[in-house]
Write a protein that binds this ligand. Sequence first.
Ligand code: PGA
Ligand code: MG
Length: 228
Amino acid sequence: MSSDPPIVLDIDGTLTRPDRWGLDPRVLDPIREWDSPVVIATGKAFPYPVALCHFTGIPELVVAENGGVVYTGENVFVTADRDAARAVTDEYRAAGYSLGWPADDTVNRWRESEVAVNRDQPLEPLRAIAAEYGLEVVDTGYAYHVKEPEPNKGDGVSRLAAHVGFELGDAVAVGDSINDVSTFEVVGSSFAVSNADEDARAGADEVVEQSHADGTLAVLERVRGTNE
Ligand SMILES: O=C(O)COP(=O)(O)O
Ligand SMILES: [Mg+2]
C-alpha cells in the first residue's frame, strides 16, 4: 500500500506568504493530514518550529538553528556552540556595529547554538571576524546566521531520521535558500520554490514554477501518496 513520503520543510520563503512574513495558513491542513513524518528544518530559533508543530497539531520533529538544535519529540540535541558565535558578535559590536535588533531581542533570546544578525547590518566585517574564529556567516535572505560550519540542516535531518526511523532516501524536501542545500543533499528528492536563491536552485533536483507556499503546496500535491 502506498503512503505519503516523509517530508522536510523549511519555514521562511517556503511555508510563508510572498510578502515575506507570516505563515500561509493553507499549508496547515495538508501538513496535519500527512500520513508520514513531517520534519520542520529551519534557521529560526528553537522555539519557533516547536510552536509551529504545536499549533499545527503534528509531532514535534524539529531541526532548528540550521542544524544546531535537533528535537526528536523526546530528546533535544544541541550540537553547536553558541558561545563561539557570541564571541564573534561581541567583537562585531566592540568594533562599533550592532546586531540590528531591539534591545530585548526575540530573534536571539531563545537561540541556543548560533547568533542571528539583521540583514540591514554590514556583512563584510561580520564575515571577516567570523573567519578569524573559524566560523561562517550564512545569509538566508532573512537573517545573517553566525555559526560553526558544522553541523548544518542536513546533518540535523540525518540525525532525526535515524532517531525517528524513516529512510532519508524516501524523504522529499522543499526549501528556498542556501541553508537548505545540505538538506537537499541528504534526502531522496528535493525541490526549490521559484523564489529560491541561486544556491538552493542549483542544489535542488527541481525548481518548481510556483513561489513561496504555493510552490510547497504544489510539491505536496505531487508527492502525496507516492511512497511505496
Ligand atoms: O531563520 C532564517 O534566517 C531563515 O529561516 P528558514 O531556514 O526557515 O528559511
Ligand atoms: Mg528558508
